[in-house]
Design a protein around this ligand. Structure first.
Ligand SMILES: [Zn+2]
Length: 79
């Protein structure tokens, strides 16, 4: 038997709307992905992992984005 429960964001207590993220964290993920394309166009090929690692070091990266980066880096490592 599968228990039905409301899916929560994996990063906070809000309701998940997409890919296990709430609206704020999902928005952060989307902007990360958009930005990734921009980086690749400007700086050439960079891996998702390297990109995230670099962004993490930038101090003006927002809190929502940092949360997403942390969880993404864990996912990449586990792959
Ligand atoms: Zn969230």
């Amino acid at each position: 038997m599968i228990a039905k429960f409301e899916t929560r964001c994996i990063l906070c207590v809000r309701k998940a709307i997409q890919e296990k993220f709430c609206e704020y964290h999902y928005e952060a993920l989307q902007s990360l992905r958009d930005h990734y394309q921009v980086w690749k166009n400007s700086y050439g090929e960079i891996t998702w992992y390297d990109y995230l690692t670099r962004l993490q070091e930038i101090k003006y990266t927002g809190k929502w984005v940092k949360d997403v980066i942390e969880i993404e880096l864990k996912n990449v490592k586990n792959e």
